[in-house]
Write a new protein. Structure first.
Lengths: 144, 142
């Protein structure tokens, strides 16, 4: 067992121990099946795999990680805006799949309130690699 | 009037009679639980496996029953490698194998409600600390 696996298992041990507390149980959210999904994550794990897990679970997913020596749990809850209501202006935070859990946790601690994440895909460089010749292009553009 | 033998005799009388088998203490069984106090857990450990299970508590937040199963993802399915639970009035562990039936081993009998919580603490340690041992045994390593 490598060091990272040992750390993940240690976090799981902390999670199982925390379940004995009534506050912990009532603060965590269940999915449609009534299960409380809690993922053991290291602070340098990236958000990408957790976005994927939220999509697959179709319900809340918790990330349990360490902040210093303390166990810290973050709830990721899929956001669905009300269908018929006028969408209220909400401040969203763009986050890519390569953002580290530790950074998200630090940010949440600073904000002291929930945030709405907008998942962004990695930036792409887009360029034409094959283009029609000039006269063909002008003729084509002239038609539109 | 017979002469009292004093302290030695009194000590002898207070000793249990080893000729009579001691009555087995009664096991403690959980009362019918409130389903609202049941907590289902799916603890995913990326790259390692997951721990599935449930715990149940009474109104005073004392554990009444639990079950924790260590699983690994193998060839497209989740497979049980070890389970500790508190069924049948005893905390016990099931060791699973890939190719043969599971073994069951008693950890301790539940004589009072506190024994359930002690069993849960043991279960947590048994599954986590011996994770690689459980996986190796399930694969047929020993």
């Amino acid at each position: 067992v490598d060091a990272r696996t040992r750390q993940r298992l240690a976090i799981s041990h902390r999670v199982l121990d925390a379940l004995r507390s009534k506050e912990f149980r009532s603060d965590t959210l269940a999915n449609h099946a009534g299960e409380h999904v809690i993922m053991s994550a290291l602070p340098d794990d990236t958000l990408g795999s957790f976005f994927e897990e939220v999509r697959r679970t179709d319900g809340p997913v918790h990330i349990a990680t360490l902040h210093g020596q303390d166990l810290l749990v973050v709830a990721l809850v899929p956001f669905k805006s009300a269908r018929h209501a006028r969408p209220a202006p909400v401040e969203t935070f763009p986050m890519g799949p390569d953002v580290a859990i530790g950074i998200l946790v630090d940010y949440l601690i600073l904000r002291e309130k929930p945030i709405l994440i907008r998942e962004v895909t990695p930036q792409m460089r887009v360029e034409l690699v094959e283009r029609p010749d000039e006269t063909e292009l002008k003729a084509h553009c002239g038609r539109h | 009037v017979t002469k009292s033998r004093g302290l030695a005799q009194r000590r002898l009388r207070s000793l249990p009679d080893l000729g009579v088998p001691a009555a087995e203490r009664e096991r403690w069984y959980p009362p019918k639980g409130d389903p609202d106090l049941d907590y289902k857990i799916d603890n995913r450990i990326p790259g390692v496996g997951r721990i599935m299970g449930h715990t149940q508590f009474d109104q005073d937040n004392r554990m009444t029953e639990f079950s924790l199963t260590a699983q690994i993802f193998f060839e497209g399915d989740w497979e049980d490698v070890a389970r500790v639970d508190s069924a049948d009035g005893e905390v016990h562990v099931h060791y699973f194998h890939r190719t043969r039936p599971a073994e069951r081993e008693l950890i301790h009998v539940i004589y009072c409600q506190d024994d359930v919580d002690h069993g849960y603490v043991t279960a947590d340690k048994m599954l986590i600390a011996k994770w690689s041992e459980h996986v190796s045994r399930w694969r047929g390593g020993r």
